[in-house]
Design a protein around this ligand. Structure first.
Ligand SMILES: NC(=O)c1ccc[n+]([C@@H]2O[C@H](COP(=O)([O-])OP(=O)(O)OC[C@H]3O[C@@H](n4cnc5c(N)ncnc54)[C@H](O)[C@@H]3O)[C@@H](O)[C@H]2O)c1
Length: 312
């Protein structure tokens, strides 16, 4: 009997050892510094800001990246900085044109044999951060913002799924915003489009999980990218860049991001690279069971609302 128990125990122990072995391999594998080794990614809106920073972080982590954007000059320069065409290349892709989104996906597959990560990140704010009453909502602007921020994301999910689902694996990321979670922190069309991105992500995740494809959103708070800086200039009522005292205005905008809008203490300021690292995590196998999630990268902005208690 003791012998039989010994066999059971040693089998259990070897099972434990096997599991421990596989879990330690999982924890200490190539994931530490090159968490995306061998993966192929397409990133839209990659010529600037968050997309550009994510392309760099993906390459640093071993991925090969297709940078897709409408700013050809900046996009080509960003790709060139990241190494040769085997590592990073640029393609023109206006996300409002489904055929161009399909072509960006096909380019990645033709060049590298497959697509592992699609980052639907291109976006515009439209409207004006100075705010305008809803009675004067510009419907043409509304359609433009939806076409880029929502329809562009839908097309990205559609064509990424076409490449990923037959292989039973893949990760789709979509940039939403804190403006999608909290109304009143962006122009109407922008805010609505970013809320809808999260709805699109959930709807696609619900279908694609069983086919091995994960779909997640990332919602950043205010970052001093060209888009972010333009928005703050609008909030402050500053003229477009180049029309005033550039140095003084830039210092003002910097202070708004680093002090007035900043939620995090300890000298930490939100940068595009913080979003890029969140994207690396979600795209990596470390996040292999995470889908339908909206990862807030916001220093707690969306969980806090101070009470309106009158000062005594
Ligand atoms: N900066 C912020 O404060 C902030 C906060 C939350 C969310 N976001 C979101 O992050 C994403 C990236 O913005 P960013 O801050 O890096 O701004 P950015 O202006 O630096 O980059 C946006 C990029 O999208 C590209 N783009 C615009 N329209 C396009 C189209 N039709 N097709 C393809 N590319 C197009 C632009 O050319 C640009 O390179 C956007 O979706 C934005 O809404 C930004």
């Amino acid at each position: 009997m003791f012998r039989a128990m010994g066999v059971v125990l040693s089998a259990a122990r070897s099972g434990v050892a096997r599991r421990a072995g596989s879990s330690s391999r999982f924890l200490s594998g190539p994931s530490d510094s090159r968490r995306l080794a061998g993966k192929v990614a397409v990133i839209t809106g990659a010529a600037s800001g968050i997309g550009k920073a994510t392309a760099a972080e993906f390459v640093r982590n071993g991925a090969r990246v297709v940078l897709a954007d409408v700013q050809d000059h900046l996009g080509r320069a960003a790709a060139a900085e990241l190494g040769g065409p085997d590592t990073a290349c640029y393609t023109r892709c206006d996300v409002t044109d489904e055929a161009q989104v399909a072509a960006a996906v096909d380019l990645a597959v033709a060049r590298h044999g497959r697509l592992d990560v699609m980052f639907n990140n291109a976006g515009i704010t439209g409207g004006n951060y100075a705010g305008a009453p809803i009675e004067s909502l510009d419907m043409a602007d509304f359609d433009r913002v939806m076409a880029v921020n929502l329809r562009g994301v839908a097309a990205g999910i559609k064509h990424a799924a076409r490449a990923m689902a037959p292989r039973g694996q893949g990760c789709i990321l979509c940039t939403s915003s804190t403006a999608g979670a909290l109304a009143g922190s962006g122009p109407h069309a922008y805010s609505v489009s970013k809320t809808a991105v999260v709805g699109m992500v959930r709807s696609a995740a619900a279908e694609l999980a069983a086919r091995g494809v994960r779909v997640n959103a990332i919602s950043p708070y205010a970052i001093a990218t060209p888009m972010g800086a333009r928005s703050v200039r609008e909030m402050l009522g500053l003229p477009p860049r180049g029309a005033g005292d550039e140095e003084e205005e830039e210092e003002l905008v910097r202070r708004v991001f680093e002090e007035d809008l900043n939620e995090m203490g300890g000298g930490v300021v939100l940068r595009a690279e913080d979003v890029a690292r969140a994207a690396v995590f979600l795209a990596s196998d470390d996040a292999r069971y995470i889908t339908g999630h909206n990862l807030m990268v916001d220093g707690g902005f969306s969980v806090a609302k101070p009470l309106n208690v009158p000062a005594s």
